[in-house]
Design a binder for this molecule. Structure first.
Ligand code: N01
Length: 535
């Protein structure tokens, strides 16, 4: 169906990633338009097309549940799909559900102002469209605003600079080049081994080493796929009852100290070889809550690194020692540590010798200079709030969202912001975010937001908002959950500390998806507790 009048719609959806696409499908009975900055759909899987980009959750889980026929028809060639396959899947869904007519590609939303007189958002795009809309659903993504550190003299550098999240669609030929890769998070660990195979020399600039375990990727076993498909709906229901919306794993029976040394090593060896990304974090009951248990697991991983990397000094630099395992997103790797045994790879420790600026021919650190043809920034994102903060959003009485969130985001249920009526977020601040499998938890949040909109329309209402008091209660809940875990000891994108000067506390809801979902449902079932709905 074509949108009748694009200047006056019921709903604007921002973003055609996996959540935005599903929102468009779920809300299709309304007059709805979706603005997407990219030239194609797929969000994360459209933008992050760097060599090696791959999901770290099994594709049988990380896939839509709303289309039962698609679930049966689609075959994932590998356990953990690569970017190209995920982008193909997003495009297939857009075509299959005839969503394209309502998507405006290459159209970035730049500002939004709530018009109190008519209870409509005035949404403005970079292309100059102005659209009035009753609701805005922000499916802008938690990891979609790339972060490039603002080192001086960037304009002097005569080579090429790429951010992994803005990798050119046609690829980049790096053969014979001296490449500097900055950043060793999930992205850095995936891209480095791929670059090492192409380039003349790869310099990996590491500020903080990452905990990583071997990826379990392999070609899909048809029997495994059949077993999932035979029982898909029950499995999806079970996933929603797990902490991270993932496949049901056997939970640990013991705390680390309850096991003998031999038992501990056997459990850890099994977790290491499990081909499941997060088994190390649940090897014992207390890995994420007890420092000694965490240190035991951390040291086991360090020993693995020492066993793989030939040069002892390089191995030691690659061993994370300053934060608990799992308090930053645990990475998976495909030959990352082995890569340091190649002659054309050098690890540079920029913790002790920080990068201070670009030069005409490369990068300079406090104590050295590196001659480079290409710089690859795998430097992550202004996460969770970044995409929203880059849009000028003005709510009631012209209140600016950037100002409201200057000291950190405030939200009710991660979904609404007081003073910004009829604006509903998917994967907003203080939702389970990357602590849950984001595709299925995103689908759940879209259904939640759609229910709110459906019930507003059913009840003939014009405005829904939340309160400062509700935001305070949610902040308390988020903080209470975070206090029980070791996450608070680490600087990362979870708390915005990866961005210089970014304020605020822990931005992820760490109480587990089931509790999050139950609190959201309870608030709505309880007469829209924490919301203000008006005619
Ligand atoms: O970003 P990151 P990412 N000087 O923030 C370094 C998801 N994801 O894109 O740790 C020097 O983790 C920074 O150093 P430090 C996943 O949820 C999933 O890698 O801040 N270095 C760090 O090493 C993940 O958690 C998949 O000290 C600087 C790196 O850049 C999230 O996306 C794949 C620096 C950034 O790491 C983000 O991952 C990829 C500076 N000034 C991503 N600034 C899979 O599914 C930053 N760094 C597998």
């Amino acid at each position: 169906m074509q949108i009748a009048d694009v200047k006056n719609v019921d709903i604007v959806i921002i973003g055609a990633g996996f959540s935005g696409l599903y929102a468009l499908h779920r809300l299709r009975d309304y007059n709805v338009v979706c603005f997407e900055a990219g030239e194609g759909v797929g969000g994360t899987w459209y933008w992050n097309r760097y060599p090696g980009a791959r999901v770290d959750i099994q594709s049988v889980e990380y896939s839509y549940s709303f289309d039962k026929e698609l679930e049966q028809e689609w075959s994932w060639p590998e356990y953990f799909s690569g970017q190209a396959e995920l982008e193909r899947y997003a495009n297939h869904v857009a075509d299959r559900h005839k969503l394209r007519d309502r998507i405006r590609l290459s159209t970035r939303v730049v500002s939004m102002r709530f018009d109190e007189g008519i209870n409509r958002w005035q949404v403005q795009t970079e292309k100059g469209d102005t659209v009035k809309s009753k609701y805005v659903v922000a499916a802008t993504g938690a990891l979609s605003a790339p972060n490039s550190p603002p080192w001086p003299d960037r304009e002097l550098f005569e080579g090429e600079i790429y951010h992994t999240a803005e990798w050119p669609r046609d690829g980049v030929d790096l053969s014979g080049k001296r490449v500097g890769q900055i950043g060793t998070g999930s992205t850095g660990l995936q891209v480095a081994p791929m670059l090492a195979e192409q380039v003349e020399h790869l310099y990996v600039f590491q500020r903080t080493p990452a905990f990583a375990m071997p990826s379990g990727n392999r070609p899909m076993d048809p029997a495994y796929e059949r077993a999932w498909k035979a029982n898909y709906q029950a499995r999806r229901r079970q996933m929603l009852e797990t902490y991270g919306v993932s496949m049901v794993m056997e939970l640990p029976q013991f705390c680390a100290h309850e096991c003998t040394h031999e038992e501990q090593m056997a459990i850890l060896e099994e977790a290491w070889n499990s081909q499941s990304a997060f088994k190390m974090m649940i090897a014992f009951k207390d890995v994420m809550t007890d420092k000694a248990a965490n240190e035991l697991v951390s040291e086991f991983v360090r020993q693995k690194i020492r066993g793989i990397v030939n040069n002892p000094a390089t191995a030691e630099l690659l061993c994370p020692k300053t934060y608990p395992l799992g308090s930053k997103r645990l990475c998976i790797e495909n030959g990352y540590f082995e890569m340091f045994n190649r002659k054309n790879v050098t690890l540079v420790d920029v913790r002790s010798d920080a990068i201070v600026g670009y030069t005409r021919t490369g990068l300079r650190t406090t104590g050295a200079h590196y001659d480079l043809d290409v710089i690859v920034n795998a430097t992550g994102f202004d996460a969770i709030t970044g995409a929203m903060s880059r849009i000028e959003i003005l709510g009631l009485a012209g209140l600016s969202l950037a100002k409201k969130w200057a000291d950190g985001p405030t939200v009710w249920l991660g979904t609404m912001i007081a003073g910004f009526p009829n604006l509903l977020m998917i994967h907003g601040p203080m939702t389970p975010g990357a602590q849950a499998q984001m595709l299925t938890s995103g689908e759940w949040q879209v259904d939640f937001v759609a229910r709110i909109i459906d019930e507003m329309e059913r009840d003939g209402l014009c405005r829904i908002d939340t309160t400062i008091e509700a935001e305070r209660l949610w902040a308390e809940e988020v903080e209470m959950c975070a206090q029980h875990t070791l996450h608070r000891f680490t600087d990362s994108w979870y708390n915005g500390k990866n961005i210089e000067g970014k304020k605020g506390g822990f931005m992820i809801y760490i109480g587990g998806f089931p509790r999050f979902a139950q609190l959201c449902q309870a608030a709505v079932n309880d007469g829209y507790k924490g919301f203000i709905r008006s005619a």
